[in-house]
Design a protein around this ligand. Structure first.
Ligand SMILES: C[S@@+](CC[C@H](N)C(=O)[O-])C[C@H]1O[C@@H](n2cnc3c(N)ncnc32)[C@H](O)[C@@H]1O
Length: 268
C-alpha cells in the first residue's frame, strides 16, 4: 500500500475541509479566475478551492491521491450542478494522463506539498502549465507559531521517526527551497515569488470540538494519537493540542483560528 495514499484515505478529510470553505473561497477570489480559464487543482481534497474556481466559470479538473475525497468532490460538483468541475484520482509527483502545457492555472493549496518526491512535484506542476500560465501554491511553514505548523510539530513529537529519505512536506514552506525546486524544473528565478498569507479555520462549535474532528478524521493527527496511545501518552497529546486550539482561537462564541502560510506564485 502507498503510505501517502493510505494517510489521506484514513479518516475523512471532508470533516476538516468544512472548516476551510470560507478562506478557500476568499483565496480563489484573489486569483483572477474567469469563465473559460482551464484550471487544474492538485491535492484538491473534496474541492475547497476547486468549487469556487468552477463557480467563477473556469473549466476545472481536481486531482487527488485519495479515492474517497475524489468521490466526495464529484458528489459536491453534482449537488451544486457544476458540470464544469470534475475530480479524478492522481499523484502530484507523477500526473500521468495530464497532457503537457494543458492548463492556464495550476492551483495547489496545502495539497501537492504532501506528495513524495518534491523535485518531481515541481517539475509536474510546471510541465502541465501552459506557457504564460501560472502555478499558485499554498504551503504551511515549518516552525511557524500558528495552528497547522504547530499541530504537525506536536504530532511529530508523539510519532515514530519518519523512514530514512523522507522529505518533510513542511520544506515547501521555506522560500529558498521552493525557489531551488522550481528553478530545478526550468523556471527562471525572477518568475518565482512568495509571500506570507493567512488562512482561517472556522466552525460554529468550540475549539475543543474542532480538535475532536482532527482527532477522529485527519490522517496525520489520527496516526499521532495511535502512536501516543501505544506509549500511554494519549492524554498528554490531547492536552497539548487542546491548549493550542484554545489559545489560538480568536472568536468569542465559536471557532476562528488564523493560520499563516506561504503563498507561492510561479509564472510559466
Ligand atoms: C490538507 S489536505 C488539503 C485539501 C484541499 N486542497 C483543501 O484545501 O481543502 C491535503 C490533500 O492533498 C492530497 N494529497 C496528498 N498527497 C497527494 C499526492 N501525492 N497527490 C495528490 N494529492 C495528494 C490529500 O489526499 C488531501 O486531499
Amino acid at each position: 500500500m502507498n503510505p501517502n495514499k493510505a494517510l489521506w484515505e484514513k479518516g475523512d478529510f471532508t470533516r476538516i475541509a468544512a472548516s476551510m470553505r470560507e478562506s478557500g473561497q476568499a483565496l480563489i477570489g484573489d486569483l483572477g479566475v474567469e469563465p473559460g480559464l482551464k484550471v487544474l487543482d492538485v491535492g484538491c481534497g473534496d474541492g475547497t478551492t476547486a468549487v469556487p474556481e468552477a463557480e467563477l466559470g473556469a473549466e476545472v479538473l481536481g486531482i487527488d491521491i485519495a479515492s474517497n475525497l475524489v468521490a466526495a468532490g464529484n458528489a459536491r460538483a453534482r449537488e451544486l450542478g457544476l458540470d464544469n468541475l470534475s475530480f479524478q484520482e492522481g499523484d502530484a509527483s507523477a500526473m500521468s494522463g495530464v497532457a503537457d502545457e494543458s492548463f492556464d492555472m495550476v492551483v495547489s493549496i496545502f495539497g501537492a506539498m504532501f506528495a513524495p518526491r518534491p523535485d518531481d512535484v515541481a517539475k509536474e506542476l510546471v510541465r502541465v502549465t501552459k506557457p504564460g500560465g501560472r502555478v499558485v501554491m499554498g504551503n504551511w511553514i515549518p516552525g511557524d507559531p500558528t495552528l497547522v505548523a504547530q499541530i504537525l510539530k506536536i504530532c511529530s513529537s508523539y510519532s515514530p521517526p519518519p523512514p530514512e529519505g523522507f522529505v518533510s512536506p513542511m520544506t515547501w514552506g521555506v522560500e529558498d527551497t521552493v525557489v531551488e525546486r522550481f528553478t530545478g524544473a526550468g523556471v527562471a528565478r525572477e518568475r518565482i515569488s512568495s509571500h506570507r498569507d493567512t488562512f482561517t479555520f472556522r466552525s460554529s462549535g468550540t475549539p475543543t470540538e474542532l480538535l475532536a474532528d482532527f482527532r477522529s478524521y485527519y490522517g496525520p493527527t489520527m496516526n499521532a494519537f495511535e502512536a501516543a496511545a501505544a506509549d500511554g501518552r494519549e492524554a498528554d497529546l490531547h492536552a497539548e493540542l487542546e491548549a493550542l486550539f484554545n489559545e489560538q482561537n480568536t472568536s468569542e462564541d465559536a471557532t476562528a483560528i488564523p493560520a499563516t502560510f506561504l503563498r507561492v506564485t510561479v509564472e510559466r
